[in-house]
Design a protein around this ligand. Structure first.
Ligand SMILES: Nc1nc2c(ncn2[C@@H]2O[C@H](COP(=O)(O)OP(=O)(O)OP(=O)(O)O)[C@@H](O)[C@H]2O)c(=O)[nH]1
Ligand SMILES: [Mg+2]
Length: 299
């Protein structure tokens, strides 16, 4: 009989390398938001993978980079804190990007902070390149991590090799009982999920620095008076400047309305409850650099 294994694996990598998309693919449900802009994830998110022989707790982290703002610094600290709490650290590197100083910096950090933790390489987005290029990247990542590290290629979007990766990670976990009850897919509070889905909808189609300037806070969730199976959700979208507020709201409020519709559908699907979404946009000047405002926004 094979023993049941359980433990924690943390996904690290540069921003935009596919960590959250992979987390969702392994969990089998969307629990982390994703986008084509770097620095989408801003807090560690736990996803749970249940199998007959194992339970894996996936810790999706913000992308690591040289910080330019206080927010960036806080995100890096957050990732470093999780190194010491996990059984496996999986470094994500896309198949279609050259390994650079950013990746080497992360490996150095990981080896320094968690010298005893099992390190695993994951080559992500393999659907974007040829088989030859995947093979080359596997070799390159293997050289980066050293001979003792296993490297697994995967496409989260196509679902290729996701189950293989789950098996490889499970094999590196210690024997032990499950941490979470069957069927539980995340420990994210519902309010956080809601705020994140609103931020994801609002990120769609905005450019330049605006994605970084956006933060969402759920102010209040109340059952509807006339129909208590429906929830009234009040959320505030914070931006850093009045010009950004105008972009988010759009002409005659058109853009904000689209954001609301998209977010509502996602939230209803995940919570299984019908909601009425009230979105308000406010300016919190330069919140990314202001310790007091960062605290207010939960960082
Ligand atoms: N073609 C392809 N695209 C992918 C795959 N995985 C992720 N992507 C895309 O890559 C972009 C970044 O994905 P995310 O999962 O948000 O990346 P991340 O590493 O979590 O980013 P941060 O949270 O900003 O650090 C998105 O546009 C995804 O759709 C994949 O397997 N194939
Ligand atoms: Mg992410």
């Amino acid at each position: 009989m094979t023993e049941f294994r359980s433990g924690f694996v943390c996904f690290v990598g540069r921003p935009n390398t596919g960590k959250s998309t992979l987390t969702n693919a392994m969990v089998g449900q969307k629990i982390a938001i994703t986008s084509s802009r770097p620095q989408t994830t801003r807090h560690t998110i736990r996803g749970i993978v249940h199998r007959d022989h194992a339970q894996l707790i996936l810790v999706d982290t913000p992308g690591l980079h040289r910080p330019r703002t206080l927010l960036g610094q806080r995100l890096n600290d957050l990732v470093r804190d999780t190194y010491s709490e996990v059984d496996v650290i999986a470094l994500c590197i896309p198949a279609d990007e050259k390994i650079g100083p950013g990746d080497r910096w992360i490996v150095q950090q990981v080896k320094q902070m968690a010298p005893k933790t099992t390190l695993l390489g994951v080559v992500t987005k393999i659907d974007k390149v040829s088989r030859d290029q995947v093979a080359q990247q596997l070799v390159a990542v293997s050289q980066l991590l050293g001979p003792e590290a296993e490297v697994v290629p995967v496409s989260a979007v196509k679902g290729d090799q996701v189950e293989v990766l789950i098996d490889v990670v499970a094999s590196k976990m210690p024997e032990g009982p499950a941490f979470y009850p069957d069927g539980e897919l995340t420990d994210e509070p519902e309010e956080t999920l809601m705020a994140e889905l609103i931020r994801e909808a609002a990120l769609e189609g905005v450019r330049d620095e605006l994605p970084h300037s956006l933060a969402v806070v759920i102010e209040e969730v109340l059952p509807r008076e006339e129909n208590d199976e429906m929830l009234d959700v009040h959320a505030i979208l914070y931006v850093e400047r009045p010009s950004q507020k105008a972009i988010i709201i759009g002409k005659g409020g058109a853009r904000l309305k689209e954001v609301g519709t998209a977010a509502r559908k996602q939230i209803e699907r995940i919570l299984g409850t019908r909601i009425y979404l009230h979105l308000h946009v406010k300016v919190a000047k330069d919140w990314q650099r202001d310790p007091k405002q960062l605290r207010k926004l939960g960082f």
